[in-house]
Design a protein around this ligand. Structure first.
Ligand SMILES: Nc1ncnc2c1ncn2[C@@H]1O[C@H](COP(=O)(O)OP(=O)(O)O)[C@@H](O)[C@H]1O
Ligand SMILES: [Mg+2]
Length: 368
């Protein structure tokens, strides 16, 4: 071991970027979230070779204005957040300003074409370097308003991960599709007319195959049926829970110790045997409309469900709405983990209420 020295900038960038873009799903997620943040109403995701060759996302959002070209791929450069305090009220998916810079660091190449409404029907091609700086912005092309991000050769600069990706490509692709399902259902979760999402894959030498396509309708049932067919709806029931988490008695004097109003809305499988699924493959959780990994919330749903239908897992879609100051999204660089204040009380309340809801509709829990 030598003396303590700073790691060179390029290496630091590579180390940190690998935490933002951890796999194929997170790469796709970041690009799609940028399209949603840009107000797109139509988003097309095109995989080549299941994402091993390239991922391309075409949107009809605001486009990127020429004054932002230089900062676009630079770390911690964002149009969405300027002060730490804004984080508690942030409405956009992005705020860390590091997705594009990380994407540049972990891909063989990142090329963007974009046009704002003032520029359309002429757009600009932006080529970014691995360190996120702008290589060129001279080439003009025909383009309607919006942005296309093409990321090729994911993980080529990180050979171990590249090998991992090519070895597990089908599984990674399935995970990416699953994640995209949660974004496809977003218009139904936020109940606004929406974002049409279409996803396709083209394998080497093969034809382009559409994986799924949504209409952007805000109706949850039609969203679900556009992804998995209308038949699956017959096995689902709505979830609508509302409750209050009381202030903690021992901390009554603390100013942030207020009651928290929570609602949980969505769909869950019916509880009778045969209505659930063999695996937990269709479980989607959102916190204030942001798709998240919530292992503990997921566990609560599965546990309660298992007490009625022991051999199966439910389809679950649940959006948990709560005040923005009662959780923290800035926990992991991929923003999939959320830290909830008073989590255990929240989980217990959900557990009790789901249990009640099930007992009400199906009075005979199984004996286990
Ligand atoms: N599809 C897009 N349409 C419009 N602007 C985009 C798009 N993708 C990225 N941008 C711009 O690039 C900036 C950097 O994106 P990103 O690195 O993901 O950081 P963040 O989303 O946290 O701001 C964004 O703040 C946004 O201004
Ligand atoms: Mg972003």
């Amino acid at each position: 071991m030598g003396s303590i020295q700073p790691i060179d900038k390029a290496s630091v960038h590579r180390i940190a970027s690998g935490q933002v873009i951890v796999d194929l799903p997170s790469a796709v997620k970041e690009i799609v979230e940028n399209s949603i943040d840009a107000g797109a109403t139509s988003i097309e995701v095109r995989f080549k070779d299941y994402g091993v060759k390239s991922i391309e996302v075409v949107d009809n959002g605001t486009g990127i204005s020429p004054k932002d070209y230089n900062a676009l791929g630079l770390k911690h450069c964002t149009s969405k957040l300027s002060r730490y305090e804004d984080l508690s009220t942030i409405g956009s998916f992005g705020f860390r300003g590091e997705a594009l810079s990380s994407l540049c660091a972990v891909c063989d190449s990142v090329v963007i074409t974009t046009a704002t409404s003032a520029e359309a029907p002429i757009g600009t091609t932006l080529e970014l370097e691995r360190d996120g700086t702008l290589r060129s912005s001279e080439v003009k092309i025909a383009r309607q308003r919006g942005t296309t991000v093409t990321a090729s050769g994911l993980f080529v600069p990180l050979p171990v991960r590249r090998a991992e990706l090519t070895r597990n490509v089908k599984r990674e692709f399935a995970k990416a599709l699953n994640l995209l399902h949660s974004y496809a259902l977003l218009p139904c979760v936020v109940e606004n007319d929406g974002i049409r999402l279409s996803v396709s894959n083209q394998s080497e030498g093969g034809k382009k195959v559409v994986q799924f396509r949504t209409s952007g309708s805000p109706d949850l049932n039609s969203g679900v049926s556009s992804l998995w067919g209308p038949k699956c709806l017959t096995e689902l029931v709505p979830v609508n829970l509302n409750f209050i988490i009381e202030p903690e008695k021992s901390l009554l004097k603390q100013t942030d110790n207020k009651e928290i109003e929570v609602s949980v809305n969505g769909l869950i499988s019916k509880f009778s045997h045969g209505s659930g699924r063999a695996t937990s493959d269709r479980q989607f959780f959102y916190i204030n409309n942001r798709p998240t990994n919530s292992p503990k919330v997921q566990k609560v749903f599965n546990e309660v469900y298992h007490s009625f239908n022991i051999n199966q897992y439910p389809f679950v879609l649940a959006n948990i709405s709560l005040p923005t100051n009662s959780y923290d999204v800035n926990v992991s660089p991929d923003k999939r983990t959320i830290f909830l204040h008073r989590e255990s009380t929240l989980l217990t309340s959900i557990k009790v209420l789901i249990h009640e809801m099930i007992s009400y509709s199906d009075p005979e829990p199984c004996p286990h």
